[in-house]
Design a protein around this ligand. Structure first.
Ligand code: GLU
Length: 292
């Protein structure tokens, strides 16, 4: 079986316990299936990119024995590919310019024109779908989302569905600040890298239906998905993140870091005396739990 997985960190800081658990899950799934595991640096959101963070992440992965295959893709260098995908959608009449400000979208939500979606986000009410209001200029460029419910099987969470038009509405592919949207970049890059399997944190579950719609409109192959549980901060109950101060992984104690990530994924402890035996044992256990 052809399996290509990937880890796609945004370089806004070093790996912490949460992002390591995601990296470990995706590495184990690829190795358990005898597949390739690619690394993609998601620095498309340049204002959020921290200089040097990508190199720190690479060093952390290497220290933990989570070695990737092949060349690294940097999203900041992939503008031409995103433009080509955008142009092909535009040629199908699937893109329109939107003049709404964030404020206007929030206000129309307050006036009750839209109901909050699953993650509390308000769907875009479609204000500019049939043309820009007089005197307005396009700020962002949105996808005309087709009607219908998107369904897929998540290998961890089971059957999933979302009505993207209703829950999210027409989403931006090119943002008002001129940057390519994550949703477009990820879909174009997964296809360009030949990815077959996406293993990532459950915080991205609500993006998956959007990405599948986009992939289909671009004529790209279907992917398999697994969204692994997020690690919560025991004190606040919030998702561990750089924003709320999660400490970087201590690469001076790589086995402990791997063991903690393994338990956080819900597995019972392994008794290994080094990172190589740990990873090999964890790969067998993963293969037994998620057979081909
Ligand atoms: N860059 C995203 C993040 O760090 C992950 C995107 C993905 O795995 O699809 O949260």
């Amino acid at each position: 079986m052809n399996y290509v997985g990937r880890f796609a960190p945004s370089p806004s800081g070093p790996l912490h316990a949460g992002s390591l658990a995601t990296a470990l899950a995706s590495w184990l799934d690829a190795r358990a299936q005898g597949g390739r595991w690619l690394l993609r640096i998601e620095d498309v959101d340049t204002p959020r990119t921290v200089p040097g963070a990508a190199q720190v992440i690479m060093g952390q992965l290497q220290a933990l024995g989570l070695l990737w295959d092949g060349d690294i893709i940097w999203q900041s260098r992939r503008g031409d590919a995103y433009q080509a995908a955008f142009d092909s959608l535009a040629a199908q009449g699937l893109i329109y310019g939107c003049g709404c400000t964030r404020r206007e979208i929030a206000d129309s939500a307050l006036r009750g024109q839209t109901a909050p979606g699953a993650d509390g986000e308000r769907p875009y009410p479609g204000t500019c779908r049939h043309g820009l209001p007089e005197g307005r200029q396009a700020r962002a460029w949105r996808l005309r989302v087709p009607d219908g419910v998107e369904r897929f099987e998540d290998r961890w969470l089971g059957p999933q569905e979302q009505d993207v038009a209703q829950a999210v509405g027409d989403f931006a592919l090119r943002r008002a600040d001129g940057l390519w949207a994550y949703q477009l970049a990820v879909v174009v890059d997964d296809a360009a890298q030949g990815v077959t399997d996406v293993v990532r944190g459950a915080d991205l579950l609500s993006s998956t239906a959007r990405q599948r719609v986009l992939g289909r409109l671009l004529g790209l192959p279907d992917l398999r998905y697994m969204h692994v549980p997020l690690i919560l901060d025991p004190a606040s109950g919030l998702k561990l993140s750089k924003q709320n101060g999660a400490p970087p992984i201590d690469t001076g104690a790589p086995l402990q870091a791997l063991e903690a990530a393994w338990s956080a994924l819900g597995f019972t402890p392994l008794s290994a005396d080094g990172i190589a035996p740990f990873l090999s044992e964890a790969t067998s256990r993963w293969a037994a739990r998620f057979p081909r």
